[in-house]
Ligand binder design. Structure first.
Ligand code: HEC
Length: 234
């Protein structure tokens, strides 16, 4: 409690530093939201602030122990150095985390029977960077924390549907046409700011893809019924 009070009074004395820290915190959240990794970035930002706080406590505690008189300028300098150190060291340590480095793809067991080559090409362009066993990792997947975001999206996407394993596990493939039509796939964060331009289909390409998928078994709820009906009738 005591240390909380002294920390709060330090924040009042060094409000500019506190404000900069707050802005950086907010930027981390905005970045997290933009790359589709808000919970992860929020956890990282909170963790960084906590570590910074603990480091400042230790510095203050040692200063008290050494009996040196409180010095506001030194306090400010320590806060900035500690803040930069937490970010730099933290960033370095994040690179050592194995998550996102293992790029072993699950086996290919069989794709859908695509209506034609163009349908497959469009699916590869727009969807295979997440929903396949043929993911080509982008350059930004080499640096944490974006590498974690990419890996998480791929894990989640394969969990929903992996078109390379359609033959053994169609997953949510029957929602394929629906998610393309309603624009929820590929996710907005994937094509934002001009990244992954290949995945951003024009309206004409989207229409062409949907037309092809309508003639590809298993890509929509109604298509599935039509298939079954057709087979039953024949
Ligand atoms: C950047 C990675 C990424 C790309 C590219 C992508 N998806 Fe997804 N997709 C996901 C993730 C993550 C989920 C699961 C979480 C969710 O629903 O947002 C998902 C879920 C799905 C689902 C399950 C239903 C649902 O809405 O949860 C379908 C079907 C799907 N995607 C189809 C597609 C299709 C078709 C494309 C290409 C037009 C595509 N996705 C492109 C990441 C991606």
């Amino acid at each position: 409690m005591n240390s909380l009070r002294s920390r709060l009074s330090a924040i009042r004395r060094h409000w500019l530093i506190a404000l900069i820290a707050l802005v950086l915190f907010a930027l981390a959240l905005v970045f997290g939201a933009l790359i589709g990794f808000l919970p992860g970035m929020a956890a990282l930002a909170v963790f960084a602030i906590l570590v910074w706080w603990v480091v400042l406590e230790i510095i203050a505690w040692r200063a008290r122990g050494s009996g040196s008189a409180p010095d506001s300028r030194r306090e400010a300098r320590n806060a900035v150095i500690a803040g930069v150190a937490v970010v730099v060291v933290g960033f370095g340590l994040m690179q050592a985390v194995p998550y996102g480095r293992d790029r072993t793809a699950p086996p290919v067991t069989g794709e859908p029977t695509w209506h034609d080559a163009a349908t497959r090409t469009l699916m590869v362009r727009a969807c295979y960077q997440c929903h396949s066993s043929e993911v080509e990792y982008p350059a930004y997947a080499n640096i944490a924390p974006t590498s974690w975001a990419v890996q998480r999206h791929i894990d989640e996407a394969r969990g929903a549907v992996n078109y390379s394993q359609f033959a053994t596990d169609p997953g949510d493939a029957r929602e394929t046409i629906e998610v393309i039509r309603d624009g929820s796939m590929p996710p907005a964060y994937f094509t934002r700011f001009g990244i992954n331009p290949d995945a951003k289909l024009t309206d004409a390409e989207k229409a062409q893809l949907i037309a092809g998928l309508e003639k590809t078994p298993g890509m929509s709820e109604s298509g599935e019924r039509g298939e079954r009906g057709g087979r039953g009738g024949g």
